[in-house]
Design a protein around this ligand. Sequence first.
Ligand code: ZN
Length: 277
Amino acid sequence: MPATRLTDFSKLCLHTITTKPWDIETAIAKYAAAKVSGITVWRQWLEDRDHNKVGNTIREAGLKTVSLCRGGFFPAKEQKNRQIAIDDNKRAIDEAAAIYAPHVVLVCGAVPGQALDESRKQILDGIAACLDHARAANVKLAIEPLHPMYAADRSAVNTLKQANDMCSRLDDPYVGVAVDVYHLWWDPGLKKEIIRCGKAGKLLAFHICDWRTPTVDMLNDRGLMGEGCINIRQIRGWVEQTGFNGFNEVEIFSNRWWAADQDMFISEIKRAYLQCS
Ligand code: ZN
């Protein structure tokens, strides 16, 4: 089933990191003026701010808070540091509740030199340790698998199958997954796993951008939709097929785009959103 055609911006969400030069107040005002409908707030944008006030400013601007990014980074060699991570994730859950975000996206973490299986076990334990807190705050946790190029140091969860298997193991309504086309587009099992998590009611978030060739920076060279090789429309079709009715979240880390005029960048995002997503 092909994806529906995007003809308006009612499902367009921007991550604050996409327009990194703007602080939270500027981002909210500019997104609202541009008729963007949703905002995903990165935690750095909440530093030195009254979280409740930020949440209310988002609402008053007519935007919907889609997610808080990001928690996770559970694995560590020492127990003491794993506990620090769990405590920090509980703070992230509180921040999400304050800004009306229904879930926290988890970049699960990895430790260079530690076996990936051990890191995955620590991730499971870390998420499990946060679940009572998540339930009390009514904030879900979304496991975001990261591209395998980040397996050494950012996430030991690298396929949607691994994330789905973790959801099955944890078997809790407060755990789901975030699908990011940048991390998962290459996976021959992607369609099957999207259907799997969608049917299980575990598909919480959908992130879009593009993969540039060559990619000149592992972290900060993501492309605007249409600048790369990802068939976003096909993947969005699979996501829609599951009944997913959430936002298409534009998440672009890009030194090139951050150096550009951000008002012009938003115009480009809106054009690319309709033409290439
Ligand atoms: Zn993402």
